[in-house]
Design a protein around this ligand. Structure first.
Ligand code: KIV
Ligand code: ZN
Length: 470
């Protein structure tokens, strides 16, 4: 059975650009629009032409250059805005005028200072005017989720009768909960005459972190267009993130039997391009395209990943265009991952050599958050030259940056070993004789679990790789 097709409406260049620090010039917008085209989005909202000459020109240039997707221009519900949007869209192969007007009582009373009747009339007239210019007209009742539901149904019915082809339901202030938003879409489907002739769209903001969940709930209740942005940028806390929506449907077809035309292997490049243009970095733990989204540091995870990536990855990095899954070497890493990285750097070691490298690596990793390849290469050189680790002598490495914060010795261990809690990590031990020793003048510490001192032999067990990851 065919899966219903979801239209991906990208508003990175309009709503996304409205977020602080994310403004782009015409050339940058054009560049990004071409990338969105490669990505396979169905609609590009290129700007708000009445807002500025720059926005007008961006919509005009994108319309003339990017020919496959629909190009939308935003307009308030008034003749001047609609005309200006239409003017900017003249060269588009597939133009869309997107008209919006707030419908909630809060907005009518405090912002627009109009009555519900005036709102209804204005919406109807603006859509009628837009339709006289362009076959493809979208209408958005701004702040729909805080609008009285019977009034919302009335407005939606009126704009459909006036010629709207898409009706978008914005959760403008990110106030809705998933079941609530889904229910609203369902109510519109059940109560509005003519709703079956138009596409219902979601447009969810992320003020409570629910933009993606709300959008998916809307789709499950009948919405067939999702408005979203790359990296989830947008007003305040942002819009629903395009990459999360697309990958949720791709990774969980058992729950979301829908398809999009997005070529997911271009997601990472699109995200990087946006970050580069706006100079707004992507948060490291951002789902799908964040720097850490496919990074595995904990030993238990690294071990699982090396045995079978299915253990800790629900999608491949390649499927979203991330060049390679990176194993981050840090203090929680195990010997297995270290050996692999050494091999990738062209060094293969026997078990005993690797033990020595591993021991020094743990000392180093305890001092610096992330062990880079250059650090590791230096460490390998030291070990192959038979050099004594600087830490063994002075407790302070000269080569590596200082620790950001000393790791306190585990309480149980320090108690049993009778040493100060601020003393070093148990692995910070000189092992010249293959036997654990403390720094000069300090008794040998117990291991992390308060047991016997750490010995060379302890480092051999597979079990230890597992425990380091806990
Ligand atoms: O959030 C919103 O309500 C909007 C509309 C203009 C669609 O961005
Ligand atoms: Zn918005």
């Amino acid at each position: 059975m065919d899966k219903p097709r979801i239209t991906i409406f990208d508003t990175t260049l309009r709503d996304g650009e409205q977020s602080p620090g994310c403004s782009m010039n015409v050339q940058e917008k054009l560049h990004l629009a071409q990338q969105l085209d490669r990505l396979g989005v169905d609609v590009i909202e290129a700007g708000f032409p009445i807002a500025s000459d720059g926005d007008f020109e961006a919509v005009q240039r994108i319309s003339a250059t990017v020919r496959r997707p629909i190009i939308a221009g935003l307009a308030r519900a008034c003749t001047g805005d609609v005309d200006r949007a239409w003017q900017a869209l003249q060269g588009a192969a597939h133009p869309r005028i997107h008209v919006f007007l707030a419908t909630s009582d809060i907005h009518l009373k405090y912002k627009l200072r109009i009555t519900r009747e005036q709102c209804l009339e204005q919406a109807r007239n603006a859509v009628r005017h837009a339709k006289s210019l362009c076959a493809d007209v979208e209408f958005s009742p701004e702040d729909a989720t805080r609008t009285d539901v019977p009034f919302l149904c009335q407005v939606v019915e009126a704009v459909i009768a006036a010629g709207a082809t898409t009706v978008n339901i914005p959760d403008t202030v990110g106030y809705s909960m998933p079941e609530e938003y889904g229910q609203l879409i369902r109510t519109l489907c059940e109560k509005v005459a003519g709703i079956d002739k138009v596409t219902i769209s979601t447009h969810c903001h992320n003020d409570l972190g629910l933009a993606v969940a709300n959008s998916l709930a809307g789709v499950q209740q009948g919405a067939r267009q999702v408005e979203c942005t790359i990296n989830g940028i947008g007003e305040r806390a942002g819009n629903a993130s395009l990459e999360e929506i697309v990958m949720a449907m791709r990774v969980r077809p058992d729950r979301y039997r829908y398809e999009t035309a997005v070529a997911s292997e271009h997601l990472y490049a699109s995200s990087q391009m946006l970050a580069e243009i706006t100079r707004v970095p992507v948060q490291p733990n951002k789902a799908i395209i964040g720097r850490n989204a496919f990074a595995h540091e904990a030993g238990i995870h690294q071990d699982g990943m090396l045995k079978n990536p299915l253990t800790y990855e629900i999608m491949t990095p390649q499927s979203v265009g991330v060049p390679d899954s990176r194993l981050v070497l840090g203090k929680h890493s195990g010997r297995h991952a270290l050996a692999l990285r050494c091999e990738q750097l062209g060094h293969q070691f026997e078990r005993r050599e690797l033990d020595e490298i591993y021991r020094r690596f743990v000392v180093l990793a305890d001092r610096i958050k992330k062990v880079q390849d250059s650090h590791l290469l230096e460490l390998i050189q030291d070990v192959s030259r038979g050099a004594v680790s600087p830490n063994d002598v002075t407790g302070q490495s000269k080569k590596f940056p200082p620790a950001t914060a000393p790791l306190p010795f585990p309480r149980a261990a320090s108690a049993s070993a009778g040493i100060n809690a601020n003393d070093s990590h148990p692995a910070q031990i000189s092992t010249n004789a293959g036997q654990a020793q403390a720094r000069p003048g300090v008794p040998a510490p117990a291991n992390w679990f308060g047991g016997a001192p750490v010995t060379h032999a302890d480092h051999h067990t597979e079990q230890e790789d597992y425990l380091w990851g806990v």
